[in-house]
Design a protein around this ligand. Structure first.
Ligand code: GLU
Length: 426
């Protein structure tokens, strides 16, 4: 079992200890926890594509894992990455069930993945792989069954190809089957930046609830690991609000300036296809490694890349006051326990990065209604939902004197178990 799956299942078992007091029928409760430890359906297989100038066939291992649908249709992104594995997709699908329950949106959890390095594919190959994948999972998805979306290395273009292949196969329009679509195909305003925007709302709510951080935003320093969709928008929105983003990184390198970075200039550099290791440095700014970034003495450390960023190997060197998890599963169980004991708050992924799936929910609502919202409405509703989720969790954390993660897991598991019990599944 890989570290991330171990962490996800460990968290459920761990939080079930606190939660068990709420249920009189212990046998039924135990059955519910056991059911949540196992996904409802694992769909996997191999896809062969024949695109490319050489006409050479290429085969890929693909997955879609449907974890739990007691609270609504399965929901979750599709990841294209060489490190995708069944364990990873299973862990991510479990986190999606917890995430949707924390946000209080009416979905269960699912996740998809393909073992592929998309940078090694031509555009034609990427299109064919996306379309074949959509046909492969077509029998299992739909607005009231399972609603995929983008994740690492997938985006609106890939959703468009998938939607096209899916609709051709089922013989009708069905925009609410995929979220994260471009606006032209029924996407929602604010979806692209939603995960980063949601993270900044959580940061804001956390600061308001913790008196030791009162004062101007410019006194708060932030280091962001990862400059993909999540890290880029988080850093951009935070710096627009006056927070001092002192470090960012991509997979090649990190960039650090204790006085704060020009995030706009860094974004423009990345848009042109640059790698941070080649960034023209101004005085006061220096290159650092990704590991060095994680150890910086900042107010907020924001891991926004992949899982397992904070592990037993570097946990003792974490010098941030707070960790705001924007990636899925960036902290291993051992490191999480260590940081809690050291008094470092870790705001968990299932809360901090739930802005993406929340605006996916708005997109689905808009598709089903055929009526579209303004960006102001999207952001207002997102702020309401994610701030409420933070407040609910903060209250449980303080009442029960547990970590934010335990409190978030407690709340989400309770919602899932109650739905399972109402349905008579356990
Ligand atoms: N992939 C994103 C996540 O991990 C978004 C999922 C969605 O919008 O369904 O939360």
């Amino acid at each position: 079992m890989n570290a991330m799956l171990q962490a996800a299942l460990g968290q459920i078992k761990d939080s079930s200890v606190v939660l068990s007091d709420d249920y009189q029928d212990k046998k039924r409760f135990k059955k519910a926890i056991e059911a949540i430890l196992t996904p409802e359906k694992i769909i996997k297989g191999k896809i062969t594509i024949k695109a490319g100038s050489s006409g050479k066939r290429k085969t890929f291992q693909v997955f879609r894992i449907e974890h739990n649908d007691a609270r609504g249709p399965f929901k979750g992104g599709i990841r294209f990455h060489p490190d995708v594995s069944e364990d990873e997709v299973r862990a991510l699908s479990t986190l999606m069930s917890l995430k949707c329950a924390v946000a209080g949106i009416p979905y269960g959890g699912g996740k998809g993945g393909i073992i592929v390095d998309p940078s090694k594919l031509t555009r034609e190959e990427l299109k064919e792989l996306s379309m074949e994948y959509a046909k492969f999972i077509a029998p299992y998805i739909g607005p009231w069954k399972d609603v995929p979306a983008p994740d690492v290395n997938t985006d609106g273009q890939i959703m468009s190809w998938m939607l096209e292949a899916y609709e051709k196969k089922i013989g009708m329009e069905s925009p609410a089957t995929f979220t994260g679509k471009p606006l032209e195909l029924g996407g929602s305003l604010g979806r692209t930046e939603a995960t980063g925007q949601g993270g900044v709302y959580v940061l804001d709510a956390y600061l308001k609830r913790n008196s030791k951080f009162q004062g101007p935003n410019s006194k708060i320093t932030i280091a962001v690991q990862g400059f993909g969709n999540v890290g880029y928008y988080f850093a951009t929105i935070a710096s627009e609000l006056g927070f001092k983003v002192v470090a960012v990184s991509d997979s090649s390198s990190g960039i650090y300036n204790p006085k704060g970075l020009d995030i706009k200039a860094l974004g423009e550099f990345k848009d042109k296809g640059g790698s941070f290791k080649n960034y023209p440095l101004k005085s006061g700014t220096k290159l650092i490694t990704n590991s060095e970034l994680l150890e910086l003495p900042v107010t907020f450390l924001v891991p926004a890349a992949l899982e397992n960023a904070i592990t037993k190997d570097n946990m003792e060197k974490i010098s941030a006051e707070v960790v705001l998890e924007m990636a899925n599963g960036p902290t291993t169980t051992e490191a999480d326990t260590y940081l809690f004991e050291k008094g470092i708050d870790v705001i968990p992924d299932i809360l901090s990065n739930s802005g993406g799936v929340t605006v996916s929910y708005f997109e689905w609502v808009q598709n089903l209604n055929g009526y579209y919202w303004t960006k102001e409405k999207v952001n207002e509703e997102l702020k309401n939902i994610i701030t409420k989720a933070f407040m609910d969790i903060d209250k449980i954390k303080k009442e029960k004197r547990i970590s934010y993660r335990r409190a978030a897991n407690y709340l989400s598991l309770k919602r899932i178990i109650d739905a399972m019990m109402l349905r008579g599944r356990v």
